[in-house]
Ligand binder design. Structure first.
Ligand SMILES: Nc1ncnc2c1ncn2[C@@H]1O[C@H](COP(=O)(O)OP(=O)(O)OP(=O)(O)O)[C@@H](O)[C@H]1O
Ligand SMILES: [Mg+2]
Length: 220
């Protein structure tokens, strides 16, 4: 990913990670926080609206990522929010980031907010406010959204790509009788980036992007 992003996610910026269901967005986010904590000693906060921390941890263990050890060191913190009860979310997100001195943050995913907030205007404001909170706290963050099959655009609510500095999209598409996984950087504020669609695998080591290869997919 660092090769595709010509050096990685720019510090203190917000990246939208989008893609269809099951493309590996959650795995990539776990990998991002795990690597930051394990290799660079950077504290990470994972705000999850969908899967429980227990479930995510179980999946992380399957990749050999011992997240519990990092939790004990205070380098990995899960924040679980029921999408029906999000009134104080901005305050809790802010205080957790400050308390843990987090420099990496994941929001997985804003798509779930629509369960609680039915009004589109209000929903967009909430997504915008989350982005403002992340910017104010000087952390590098990934916000997850989804590409809905058969619907145009890069995100669930059509606002996520505009409040984000950068956009990365993951695809899982049928190519004759097999499915192929590919990833692409759509925009990256302040930097050039790969303009190709690259294949990736979900291996025992997590997401492995073939940065030197081009993916062949059926374009609609
Ligand atoms: N241990 C594993 N080894 C290899 N592949 C795995 C493993 N665990 C999950 N996968 C693959 O990853 C996919 C799910 O990844 P993930 O949950 O990160 O997707 P997602 O994009 O977050 O999905 P959603 O949109 O439902 O939240 C599965 O469909 C499976 O193909
Ligand atoms: Mg997910």
């Amino acid at each position: 990913m660092d090769y595709l992003l010509h050096g990685g996610i720019p510090k203190n910026q917000l990246l939208l990670l989008t893609g269809t269901a099951g493309t590996g967005k959650t795995i990539l986010c776990c990998q991002y926080l795990y690597t930051g904590a394990k290799k660079h000693g950077e504290s990470g906060v994972y705000l999850t609206f969908e899967e429980s921390p227990e479930y995510i941890k179980e999946n992380m263990n399957a990749f050999g990522w011992d997240v519990e050890a990092l939790e004990k060191e205070g380098l990995f913190t899960f924040l679980r929010y029921d999408p029906y009860k999000i009134e104080d979310i901005l305050e809790v997100l802010e205080s957790t980031i400050k308390e843990k001195n987090a420099s990496r943050v994941v929001i997985d995913s804003v798509s779930a907010l629509g369960i609680h907030i039915k009004d589109n205007e209000e929903l967009r404001r909430m997504i915008f406010n989350i982005s403002l909170t992340l910017r104010k706290l000087n952390c590098t963050a990934i916000m997850v959204s989804e590409i809905v099959h058969g619907q145009p655009g890069l995100s669930r609510y059509g606002v996520e790509e505009f409040v984000s500095d950068s956009v990365v999209a993951m695809y899982y598409e049928r190519l004759q009788s097999t499915f192929s996984r590919s990833i692409q950087v759509w925009k990256l504020r302040g930097s050039t980036h790969s303009e190709k669609l690259h294949p990736y695998d979900i291996s025992r080591r997590g997401i492995v992007v073939s940065s030197q290869e081009e993916a062949f997919v059926k374009r609609r």
